[in-house]
Design a binder for this molecule. Structure first.
Ligand code: GLC
Ligand code: GLC
Length: 799
């Protein structure tokens, strides 16, 4: 059956690439370039855009929202043949049929090649480490037996920097565009005359035969990217943009003998100048830095060296954790794609994808703390800074801004705070960081409140007030108050909105006297509280009060949070149950089953096993565990946004790949290896069979897969930028493969079916030590602690 399904591509594990062989993927399948401050999105047809540091305020290439198709606009190369035909190596935008097409998305680079009638064009796209530019290395080869003459046109369209006003403020925008042209380098300098000290440019390491910088002149007033009039005519018009829409297009005549190849290097760069020295004596932009950047990549050799450095950088990052399990799907997720996606979520947070506009929310307080789980082993120094940045957005009472802006690192006033779970994630993230690094010193770092200088207290004090904040805000059952929402942004129990213009997340029409409590936060409190107590023990501080609070919470959960077969989800504003068999809809939810079983609440009384059984019986489906059941079939004003979604989508009974891992960890801690593995396989992209149905990239996790009540169960959405990446990484490495950092070493505690995984090998770098572990998995459970010691350790662990 499965081999009848259409495939658009396959994994090439040795090259660490995903190879797309049909350009008409069901949705643009993208990759990310860049790992410091210059970032790009690139689809399998070279669509997408780039920005420096901030996707909203420093957008370099323009992107049209709700474009048709979705990934229209990008870095396009047009080949205009002598017979007048025009094609692109990436198929789009002309969509001229190609004799061969391939897109290889690799670690920080994308290679797209197309071939037509013996002429092959291959473009390697990447951002060199430490540089603010995209390299487009284009190789043209004549594989036929006759000479070939053709014109090559490049094309990019500039964004007027602020991606939001770029698509709104036309009365201004259409008059501000300015460019400069210097030989073959086309500069974009809109607003440089005033407060901007930055510009962009697009250059090539060869003489050009013409250029265009005005979009209408290049494309024509009534054409699209698929039929630019100058390309069709085979002639650039050397247009100079004055207002309207600045673009950059080079025109180069190429002659290739049979068997001959020619390589051109295009550099799409971004430069920030010192405000005091931004102009050259003649009033034009100071181009010193652009010249240096162009020179750095003016030959194939220089480009190849930079590309090798990029490869090396990824080898180092990924090499910190490698597994040989005998299961290729598991290995490719762990060794390559899951780690890669974690780094991308570190870089991008939730800013820019084809599901996140890059002009919306900043960095989430809870999201960023959870993302840490995924990259702390790769870039511990940057994880450290991230924790300090996040903590600095906290308020003196332990509450915190729900989001902060990456450029300013300041809390986002527009959304504010009041999300009941947020503070606990800081403890969670910090504990994960210290376990990985052994850097207890971070706890002494002075960190301000709300970024106000002079308000600094130690990070440890931030953790203390985080815990206290949640402990002090409890409702009638002694369970944590939910506030605007907990992890589930859409469970808005204090919102009561009947106005479609309200934001569900910021409207609190009834916050006074609310009885809305969250079992998800209660489970999180117990789990994190135990971690926090262990941390206090380890640094020689008294943890008795924390342990007492944890134990009180466990009692409250057992007493008021157990529904008979599973954990309740919440109490609503009036104190009514949410997630109970007594409810007509929404009788069971995943989050509280996940967190309460992770925290092992009531394990001795059998509650965890029962809750996990119920989750499997009521929430599981072919494509994973859905969030709740039965789905809400109408809007419930007292539950908020969750019931705004049609059944089976998003938080209303969609499969949130983010919280499936909580149940998997719960299963692992209960020693139920078969169930844990079965749940993992359903959501892990490497196991996806039906690419057409799944629709989004089969090499990375998506936030949500349509649930069993949806119109098209199994259809994925919101790929790439999701806490799913970090949670699956954490789950598979620490709980399934069972290699878990602790404060003083590694704990080995596998939970994989023994018949399928009798023995596997893990290479793990841990602090400045290397562990080569052979793990023999009898399936009987048990665990082994390996104290940390520097150096290289080759060990066999039998369990
Ligand atoms: C999104 C948000 C995250 C939230 C989740 C569930 O992934 O980024 O903060 O927890 O949805 O609502
Ligand atoms: C919407 C989404 C949810 C996301 C939230 C972020 O509510 O459904 O997943 O977390 O927006 O603000």
């Amino acid at each position: 059956m499965n081999n009848l399904k259409k495939l658009y591509g396959h994994f090439d594990d040795a090259a660490r690439e995903y190879v797309i062989t049909d350009p008409a993927t069901p949705w643009p399948w993208i990759n990310y370039l860049g790992c410091e401050d210059f970032f790009s999105l690139i689809s399998n047809t070279a669509g997408g855009y780039c920005f420096c540091r901030d996707a909203k305020f420093r957008r370099i290439l323009r992107y049209r929202y709700n474009g048709v198709p979705m990934d229209d606009g990008g870095r396009y190369f047009y080949i205009r043949e002598a017979d007048g035909s025009v094609w692109n190596p990436g198929w789009k935008p002309c969509k001229t049929p190609l004799d061969a097409y391939e897109c290889r998305h690799g670690m920080g680079y994308t290679r797209i090649s197309g071939e037509r009638r013996g002429l092959r064009a291959e473009v390697l796209f990447f951002v060199p480490p430490g540089r603010r530019c995209e390299i487009h290395k284009l190789t043209l080869s004549n594989r036929g037996d006759a000479p070939r003459d053709f014109k090559l046109f490049s094309f990019v369209e500039w964004c007027l920097w602020n991606a939001a006003t770029d698509m709104e403020n036309f009365q201004r925008n259409l008059s501000t565009g300015e460019v400069e042209i210097e030989g073959g380098t086309l500069y974009h300098k809109t607003e440089y005359r005033e407060r901007r000290n930055h510009y962009a440019f697009y250059g090539v390491n060869a003489p050009i035969d013409g250029f265009d910088t005005d979009r209408e002149a290049f494309i024509g007033a009534y054409n699209g990217f698929d039929a630019p009039q100058n390309v069709l005519a085979g002639q650039a018009t050397d247009s100079v943009a004055h207002g309207w829409s600045p673009v950059a297009s080079h025109c180069i005549s190429v002659h290739l003998e049979p068997g001959q190849s020619r390589t051109l290097v295009f550099v799409l760069g971004y430069v920030e100048n010192d405000p005091e020295h931004k102009f050259a004596p003649d009033g034009s932009i100071d181009k010193t830095q652009a010249h240096a950047l162009l020179e750095a990549f003016d030959s194939e050799e220089k480009v190849d060296a930079a590309f090798a450095a990029l490869k090396q950088c990824w080898d180092d990052l990924l090499g910190r954790f490698q597994v040989e399990s005998g299961c290729p799907e598991l290995d490719r997720m762990v060794d390559i794609w899951n780690q890669y996606q974690c780094m991308v979520t570190f870089n991008m947070s939730r800013s820019a994808s084809f599901f996140e506009s890059g002009i919306g929310r900043g960095m989430g307080f809870r999201d960023s703390n959870q993302d840490l789980l995924g990259f702390v082993h790769q870039i511990p120094e940057r994880a450290r800074q991230r924790i300090l940045d996040i903590a600095a957005t906290q308020f003196p009472d332990g509450g915190c801004y729900h989001q902060y802006q990456p450029l300013t690192k300041r809390g986002n006033n527009g959304i504010g705070g009041g999300f009941g779970d947020d503070p606990l994630w800081l403890i969670f993230g910090t504990a994960a960081y210290i376990k990985e690094t052994g850097d207890f010193g971070i706890l002494d770092e002075p960190v301000p409140f709300d970024n106000v200088p002079g308000s600094e207290v130690s990070l440890l004090e931030h953790l203390r007030i985080s815990f206290a904040h949640v402990q002090e805000r409890r409702g009638p059952h002694g369970l944590p108050l939910i506030g605007r929402a907990d992890w589930n942004d859409c469970l808005n129990l204090n919102c009561f909105s009947d106005n479609p213009d309200d934001s569900f997340q910021t409207t609190e029409n009834k916050n006074g006297g609310s009885k809305a409590e969250s079992l998800m936060i209660a489970g999180l409190f117990v789990y994190v509280g135990k971690e926090y107590a262990a941390l206090l023990d380890r640094i020689g501080q008294d943890a008795a009060a924390v342990r007492q609070a944890v134990s009180d919470m466990e009692c409250a959960i057992r007493e008021h949070g157990w529904d008979g077969e599973w954990f309740l989800r919440a109490y609503d504003y009036y104190g009514g149950k949410v997630g109970s068999h007594e409810n007509a809809e929404g009788q069971i939810f995943i989050e509280s089953q996940g967190w309460c079983t992770m925290a092992r609440v009531g394990a001795e009384q059998g509650l965890c096993d029962k809750a996990l059984d119920s989750a499997k019986r009521l929430l599981d489906s072919e494509h994973g565990l859905v969030l709740n059941q039965p789905a809400y079939s109408r809007y419930y004003i007292e539950y908020g946004e969750i019931s705004s979604y049609p059944e089976g989508y998003k938080e209303n009974a969609g499969i949130f790949c983010h919280n499936n891992p909580w149940v998997i960890i719960g299963e692992a801690l209960a020693g139920r290896a078969d169930d844990a593995w079965a749940h993992y396989c359903k959501i892990s992209p490497a196991f996806i069979q039906d690419q057409e149905l799944h629709k989004v990239e089969p090499y990375v996790y998506c936030q949500m897969v349509a649930g069993k009540d949806a119109f098209r169960p199994g259809e994925g959405k919101n790929s790439w930028l999701t806490g799913t990446a970090a949670w699956n990484w954490h789950t598979v490495t620490e709980f399934l493969l069972g290699v878990r950092p602790e404060y003083d070493g590694l704990r080995i505690e596998p939970c994989l079916p023994a018949d399928r995984f009798p023995e596997y090998r893990v290479h793990r770098r841990f602090r400045d030590a290397e562990y080569d572990l052979t793990i023999r998995n009898s399936g009987r459970g048990g665990s082994r602690f390996i104290p940390y010691a520097p150096g290289r350790h080759v060990l066999t662990v039998e369990l």
